[in-house]
Design a protein around this ligand. Structure first.
Ligand code: SAM
Ligand code: SF4
Length: 326
């Protein structure tokens, strides 16, 4: 079991499979894209599986696959099939922008993935294009509906609310969580990697007030062991849920149970710090499992008590979200 200096049990690994993406969301990537990692810099699937097997031996039982956009990496579905055969993993989930989702839903279902996190920041075609810089709204929304009709559950919809950009849609997302079984999760914008002039920050307490003042009260939902940091609510007779992930206004560091593995083989003890521990070098040197275990233990040992990022960008994180995975 991995336990850090502050007695937090670490059982969750978020694995970024690629730094590449088929969108350029304004809060995550510059319009021209990022300098791409070279093929040889990215951990191969067999290297990833070895690292994950070690992590599972150490008590990791929850894995999230992210990116960049995980579906743009070749062989992703075969990788998932191998991942699902590792004993000891209780929960595998995927975060995707949904652009390629429709064509892979059958494969996902057959490989045992029954729940999804899909990021969509607008229910309006024009605003979707302004945020992502691509005209894929219909494709993404069709993927979400197809997943719902196939029985994927829960379908969590990640939405970053930005003042003056998509905050006029807060109620539309609220209504969607009433009408449909989706779990809408409002994520606070984080000033990571990109030096935006105007961060457009809007706190989740402001989002919650807008929802409650216009759509009626919400009851809190009890958190389960695999829930993560979202504070969950439900409208009276709502089919879906609302969740708030408030890393900036209400940090959840004291209960943080996660490590991140980047596509280029660095373990990040904290999303909002610049600490990294290299696991690729020992891996490619042909080290024994014991050395990889020590790398994990070191990453856990240096995990900070809390992050020191606030909305003014104090202590900017160098990596961009697309190379961390969110
Ligand atoms: N491409 C996939 C997607 O968009 O779902 C997975 C990777 S993306 C980096 C993971 C999550 O991070 C997305 O939900 C995205 O909205 C969120 N994200 C990216 N940059 C962010 C930022 N600066 N602040 C808050 N959330 C951010
Ligand atoms: Fe791509 Fe996801 Fe970043 Fe948007 S948030 S640019 S979809 S990695």
């Amino acid at each position: 079991m991995l336990v850090d200096r502050f007695n937090r049990k670490i059982n969750y690994l978020r694995v970024s499979l690629t730094d590449r993406c088929n969108l350029r969301c304004i809060y995550c990537m510059p319009a021209e894209g990022e300098k791409k990692l070279m093929h040889k810099e990215i951990l191969r699937y067999e290297e990833l599986l070895r690292v994950i097997r070690i992590a599972v031996k150490l008590g990791i039982d929850k894995i999230r696959l992210t990116g960049g956009e995980p579906f743009v990496r070749k062989g992703f579905i075969d990788f998932i099939k191998m991942l699902t055969s590792i004993e000891g993993i209780k929960d595998i989930s995927i975060t995707t922008n949904g652009v390629l989702l429709s064509e892979y839903l059958d494969d996902l279902w057959q490989s045992g993935i029954k729940r999804l996190n899909i990021s969509i920041d607008s229910l309006n075609k024009k605003t979707f294009k302004e945020i992502t810089r691509f005209d894929y709204f219909d494709q993404v929304f069709a993927g979400i509906e197809k997943a719902k009709n196939m029985g994927f559950h829960p379908i969590k919809i990640n939405t970053v609310v930005m003042k003056g950009i998509n905050d006029r849609e807060i109620l539309d997302f609220g209504r969607l969580a009433i009408k449909e079984p989706y779990h809408i999760r409002f994520i606070e914008y984080m000033p990571i990697g990109l030096d935006l002039k105007d961060p457009n920050f809007i706190s989740n307490s402001a989002v919650k007030s807008t929802l409650v003042n216009n759509l009626g009260s919400m009851s809190p939902i009890l958190q389960g062991r695999y829930d993560g940091p979202a504070k969950r609510y439900q409208f009276h007779e709502g089919k879906g849920e609302i969740g708030f992930i408030s890393a900036i206004s209400n940090s959840f560091c004291s209960t943080c149970n996660r490590l991140r593995l980047t596509a280029d083989g660095k373990i990040l003890p904290c999303l909002l710090s610049n600490m990294e521990v290299d696991i690729r070098e020992p891996l490619r040197r042909g080290c024994l499992d014991e050395e990889l275990i020590k790398v994990f233990q070191h990453a856990v040992r240096i995990k900070p008590k809390s992050h020191s990022l606030n909305i003014d960008g104090h202590q900017m994180v160098h990596r961009k979200m697309c190379s961390i995975g969110g």
